[in-house]
Ligand binder design. Structure first.
Ligand SMILES: Cc1cc2nc3c(=O)[nH]c(=O)nc-3n(C[C@H](O)[C@H](O)[C@H](O)COP(=O)(O)OP(=O)(O)OC[C@H]3O[C@@H](n4cnc5c(N)ncnc54)[C@H](O)[C@@H]3O)c2cc1C
Ligand SMILES: *[C@@H]1O[C@H](CO)[C@@H](O)[C@H](O)[C@H]1NC(C)=O
Ligand SMILES: *[C@@H]1O[C@H](CO)[C@@H](O)[C@H](O)[C@H]1NC(C)=O
Ligand SMILES: *[C@@H]1O[C@H](CO)[C@@H](O)[C@H](O)[C@H]1NC(C)=O
Ligand SMILES: *[C@@H]1O[C@H](CO)[C@@H](O)[C@H](O)[C@H]1NC(C)=O
Ligand SMILES: *[C@@H]1O[C@H](CO)[C@@H](O)[C@H](O)[C@H]1NC(C)=O
Ligand SMILES: *[C@@H]1O[C@H](CO)[C@@H](O)[C@H](O)[C@H]1NC(C)=O
Ligand SMILES: *[C@@H]1O[C@H](CO)[C@@H](O)[C@H](O)[C@H]1NC(C)=O
Length: 489
């Protein structure tokens, strides 16, 4: 519903009253003025929302509660032209802003702000071009909606593995999918980025602009705001798999995971093994995937033989499989991710992962209310990067690195710095364990969609940092995108 002038004035005066009684910095006032200017500039396809209005809450929502901030207003642009007009206003007023796709960044401030929150939600189209074999998908979508939209054409794209994850950040950072062993990372499947440059100009970036095309494949929001992605589409029929929850039986899960990694070379098979600790119990979640209605004999037998608490494995649609993974266990909690990049999955390494889960949950439980500790092993074939060509991330494709996803959740902001240092210490320890068993991972590039917020750029982008900085300086000479959070070149 468009905000009427009266309602707008009312909200403004309420907020001004709030501002004067709670002594917020004067900046919030000018943020409100910027909101009003945006509202009066954009077309009717776009809208601005203020606190207490329904879409404000949705626009500010993040998967991890510590990734949300209270902005002066949210804006939902509905056209690329309006995105351009908004960027120009933000640039001129030097107003901090956030750009949110699915809001799944677990790094504070990466897609939020105390200034103007841009929510891409209205870029929500999914179209399939059968002759080109591509799908054009809006930057405000979550993968669930993309899969749902493409199902009718019996095609799919390379995207997220669990429910709720946003297309935009996932794609702009790399994108590990159940389909990656077959087709590569999501960035390897991008045919075009529809992009609003930091100066407000709309452009379509393809391989014919090699610098920008390369830079956007891993470079997040440094080069502007993406409105749509054109991705390669692939045939998709029914798949097999789902999720299994297991209590106890840790040794059996470790054995099955190590054996799967060592023995299974079928690119249609994929798994996630996740150790979740909560309230004194370690519950293992297995996500099994095979890209056909029935897997070949043997591949998953060892997993299926383990006694389980719950199991939801069947032949089903791709979307249905993605929906089985419970991803809401930590709803409302704060949460950070961190990561280690490994080249092998061995029993001793899995022992160390189990030990990290138990050691840190036991050590921290008394001090950290609401603690949830999770370590996720993600096996991929060594050839996983061979499907794509040079991109901002990963900085080298000579070897396939597997990201371990470390995820901690908790209740109170007083635990934030302790958790940050524990997660970094734990990642460091696991790196040392991998090195001690012969993995050459002292300098393996960390996955920027999992790395914790103070990770050095060189630890993720390696030798690509200099080229990324040069491209950033060319396309954003005024550092407009530095007003938004995230990894910055
Ligand atoms: C439950 C869960 C499951 C996950 N599963 C996977 C997985 O299977 N594989 C994997 O690779 N990763 C996975 N991730 C990590 C995920 O890829 C990142 O969190 C990703 O950044 C999420 O994208 P988003 O759009 O939801 O994030 P947001 O928080 O909205 O954005 C993340 C970053 O991208 C920028 N950005 C967002 N939209 C735009 C835009 N339109 N233009 C320019 N910049 C933009 C933001 O400013 C921010 O810096 C998972 C994360 C979670 C929480
Ligand atoms: C979505 O598609 C419709 C129909 O083609 C079009 O009118 C609209 O502009 C598109 N929206 C966006 C945000 O691209
Ligand atoms: C796991 O494998 C080891 C050998 O590597 C074996 O000794 C052990 O019994 C196995 N455990 C389970 C539960 O399968
Ligand atoms: C791989 O498969 C073989 C035979 O099927 C089995 O003996 C072995 O334990 C498996 N695991 C590893 C890690 O090699
Ligand atoms: C997650 O759980 C919370 C609380 O149990 C509920 O309010 C919320 O709607 C759930 N969200 C999803 C996406 O299921
Ligand atoms: C368990 O983890 C802690 C913390 O990383 C470490 O200090 C300890 O040595 C580990 N124990 C074993 C048996 O690996
Ligand atoms: C922590 O949370 C409290 C209570 O919600 C809040 O008052 C305080 O400002 C927060 N502190 C920080 C540093 O975010
Ligand atoms: C915006 O930037 C692009 C890329 O640098 C440039 O080609 C274009 O001319 C610029 N437009 C304006 C209006 O400055």
């Amino acid at each position: 519903m468009p905000l009427t002038t009266t309602a707008c004035t009312l909200v403004l005066s309420l907020l001004s009253a709030l501002v004067s009684t709670t002594a917020v910095q004067p900046k919030s006032l000018s943020a409100l003025e910027v909101c009003v200017e945006i509202a009066s500039t954009v077309s009717s396809a776009s809208e601005v929302f203020y606190p207490l209005e329904p879409y404000y809450t949705e626009d500010s929502y993040h998967w991890s509660q510590s990734s949300s901030q209270v902005s002066a207003c949210t804006v939902e642009p509905g056209t690329a032209e309006d995105v351009g007009a908004i960027i120009q206003i933000l640039a001129r007023t030097e107003m901090p802003f956030g750009v949110k796709g699915g809001g799944h960044s677990a790094n504070p401030g990466f897609s939020s702000t105390t200034g103007v929150q841009i929510a891409m939600a209205r870029f929500n189209n999914v179209t399939y071009d059968a002759s080109a074999g591509t799908a054009t998908i809006g930057a405000g979508l979550i993968w669930d909606d993309v899969y749902a939209g493409l199902e009718q054409y019996n095609v799919n794209v390379v995207g997220g593995r669990v429910t709720g994850v946003g297309v935009a950040g996932f794609t702009l950072g790399g994108g590990y999918s159940f389909l990656s062993n077959q087709y590569g990372l999501t960035i390897d499947t991008v045919q075009a980025f529809e992009l609003v440059l930091p100066n407000g100009t709309f452009t379509t970036v393809t391989a014919s602009n090699p610098d920008l095309f390369w830079a956007l494949k891993g470079g997040f929001n440094n080069f502007g705001i993406v409105t749509q992605f054109v991705l390669q589409a692939y045939p998709q029929g029914q798949v097999w798999g789902g999720s299994i929850i297991i209590i106890g039986e840790t040794d059996a899960v470790k054995n099955a995971t190590a054996n799967f990694y060592a023995n299974v070379t079928d690119p249609k098979a994929s798994i996630l093994t996740t150790l979740n600790w909560e309230l004194g119990i370690t519950a293992i979640e297995l996500n099994l995937f095979y890209d056909a209605p029935t897997p070949p004999d043997g591949i998953f037998d060892e997993f299926l033989a383990i006694p389980y608490l719950t199991s939801d494995i069947s032949t089903r649609s791709f979307l249905s499989l993605v929906l089985t993974a419970p991803s809401n266990a930590t709803f409302g909690l704060r949460g950070f991710f961190d990561t280690v990049s490994i080249t092998d999955i061995t029993l001793p390494f899995l022992d160390a992962v189990v030990n990290e889960t138990e050691f840190w949950s036991t050590t921290l439980a008394g001090d950290v209310p609401g603690l949830f500790v999770s370590y996720d092993i993600e096996p991929f074939l060594p050839s996983v990067y061979s499907r794509g060509s040079s991109s901002a991330w990963p900085p080298t494709r000579s070897q396939g690195f597997m990201p371990v996803n470390i995820y901690y959740a908790w209740s109170l902001n007083t635990s934030d710095s302790l958790i940050n240092s524990v997660m970094q210490e734990s990642a460091h320890h696991l790196t040392q364990v991998a090195i001690s068993e012969g993995q050459d991972v002292g300098n393996t590039p960390l996955y920027p969609n999992y790395a914790i917020y103070d990770t050095a750029l060189s630890s993720m982008y390696g030798d690509n940092v200099a080229r990324l900085q040069a491209i950033q300086a060319q396309y954003d000479p005024d550092n407009v995108m530095a007003l938004a959070g995230g990894w910055k070149f």
